[in-house]
Design a protein around this ligand. Structure first.
Ligand SMILES: [Zn+2]
Length: 85
């Protein structure tokens, strides 16, 4: 019986490499540069652009994620006209 069970686990370990392509895509996203103007850092953090653009993300470095969320919270308390200025 022990021989049979080890064979069973071996067959489980060998699977199609479906996950590796997905991992590759995620690594590509991590390599995206920070989208903050003039920043040369890696944009390893994703931030949602807004409620209406739920599927769009900014790629920011950690510093600018913090900067962005700070200004985002700030702008929420203002009217859109003032934000545009
Ligand atoms: Zn940055």
């Amino acid at each position: 019986m022990p021989i049979d069970s080890s064979k069973f686990f071996d067959s489980i370990r060998i699977k199609p490499t479906k996950g590796s392509a997905k991992r590759k895509a995620q690594a590509g996203q991590e390599a995206a540069p920070c989208e903050w103007a003039g920043c040369q850092n890696k944009g390893s953090h994703r931030v949602r652009k807004g409620r209406e653009n739920a599927r769009e993300y900014w790629h920011f470095c950690l510093d600018h994620v913090r900067e962005y969320s700070r200004s985002y919270n700030f702008f929420q308390g203002m009217n859109p006209e003032a934000v545009a200025r």
